[in-house]
Design a protein around this ligand. Structure first.
Ligand code: NAD
Ligand code: DAU
Length: 350
């Protein structure tokens, strides 16, 4: 039995990774370490919480004493690190929280792994889940490769870039067996409705304005979350220590085109006349430092590990909308409490 630590497993991507690993690897014991911030929700894991090879641990990666204790107790064989503050807009409001969680939290985990693996790190792996945003922004053409220099623009991406630098430094200095992957925008079930797609699904459903930043011309490359989880599985098991992989959907959309497609699907599913919800589109002040375009060259992960996205966008997008419409209770839970306050603060005077 191997003990594998997954951090941030109660969040959006983490919950899909935990589910995949718990179901696929009965000979692994999966420990899900999560602080349960506003973005963490154990409802995301209701279907695996009673499995014998799964344990939830509530805790904060910023607490070094707690992290060290946990590593000493369970002697993890591998770490897949997803816990983070993940929303760019929040990072603009409150950069310090991002520095604490994303940088300091990551370094605490690195230190704990270094200590428990100091005699032998054979067969161990510390896997940092990162983002394409560390590479900065592209113009109309080109794509990010694994050798594109880091050039982050938001406090979120600067904190993720800093954490990635520490991960590489621990590999180079202490021979810690680390790997990093940098992925593009994920979509799918269980994403917190501060992010574009679930936020807009919720607003269309409730006939609320759709706040499009700037002119809606920014471009993102969208990947279905289960495809990302499968790439993480392959990289965790097969990537050579010290390596980096880019993961992307090869699926670029201008925000406004994606929003119009979402409206078309939602109006159909809600039985509204075609185009009815277009009137909800509201252009608002642009995000500060808004990166224009991201695009990923994912040829390395395809060539080395045979990974390619499986879920076609049309299919994944419909499935995603269906999930949010069918899971009203989940939506109601995550949008109760602080959500209304957050919404007013972010969009009240835009
Ligand atoms: P999320 O915000 O949905 O989930 C983050 C999780 O981390 C939550 O469960 C939260 O409770 C937990 N967490 C936060 N601070 C913590 C702390 N101090 N200690 C322990 N747990 C803590 O995020 P997500 O969208 O699922 O992203 C997961 C990871 O993947 C992040 O590292 C993010 O940078 C990266 N990533 C995300 C995307 C994307 O499109 N969402 C794309 C590429 C990379
Ligand atoms: O590229 C990977 C990144 O994708 C991850 O590292 C981040 O954790 C994740 O949040 C995501 O970042 P983005 O900033 O691209 O995602 P978001 O959903 O916030 O925004 C997507 C695009 O939509 C972006 O161009 C901003 C725009 N937008 C977003 C919101 C929330 C709007 O126009 N209106 C909005 O209300």
């Amino acid at each position: 039995m191997k003990n594998i630590l997954i951090t941030g497993g109660a969040g959006f991507i983490g919950s899909h990774v935990v589910r995949l690993f718990v179901n696929k690897y009965p000979d692994y014991h999966i420990f899900n370490l999560d602080k349960l911030t506003y973005a963490g929700n154990l409802e995301n894991l209701a279907d695996v919480c009673d499995k014998p090879n799964y344990t939830f641990v509530k805790g904060d990666i910023e607490d070094l004493g707690f992290v060290m204790e946990l590593f000493r107790k369970y002697r993890f064989d591998g770490v897949i690190h997803l816990a983070a503050e993940s929303h760019v807009d929040r990072s603009i409001e409150d950069p310090m929280t991002f520095i604490h969680t994303n940088v300091l939290g990551t370094v605490h985990l690195l230190n704990a792994a270094r200590e428990i693996w100091k005699d032998s790190a054979d067969g161990k792996k510390f896997y940092q889940i990162s983002t394409d945003e560390v590479y900065g922004a592209l113009g109309d053409t080109g794509s990010f490769s694994e050798t594109t220099p880091y050039n982050p623009h938001s406090p979120y991406s600067a904190a993720k870039a800093s954490a990635d630098h520490f991960v590489r430094a621990y590999h180079d200095t202490y021979k810690l067996p680390t790997v990093i992957s940098n992925c593009s925008n994920n979509y799918g079930p269980n994403q917190f409705p501060e992010k574009l797609i679930p936020l807009f699904i919720n607003n269309i459903k409730n006939n609320k304005p759709l706040p499009v930043y700037g002119k809606g011309l920014n471009v993102r490359d969208w990947l279905y979350v289960e495809d990302h989880a499968e790439a993480i599985d392959l990289i965790f098991h097969h990537a050579v220590p010290g390596s980096t992989y880019n993961i992307g959907g090869n699926n670029e959309w201008k925000n406004i085109d994606l929003i119009k497609k979402l409206i078309e699907i939602m109006d159909r599913k809600l039985g509204r006349p075609e185009g009815e919800s277009l009137k909800l589109i509201t252009y608002v002040t642009d995000r500060a430092g808004h990166d224009f375009r991201y695009a990923i060259d994912a040829s390395k992960v395809k060539e080395d590990l045979g990974w390619m996205p499986k879920v076609k966008f049309d299919e994944g997008f419909e499935k995603t909308v269906d999930w949010y419409l069918a899971n009203e209770e989940w939506f109601n839970h995550v949008t109760s409490g602080e959500y209304a306050e957050y919404y007013e603060k972010m969009y009240g005077n835009r």
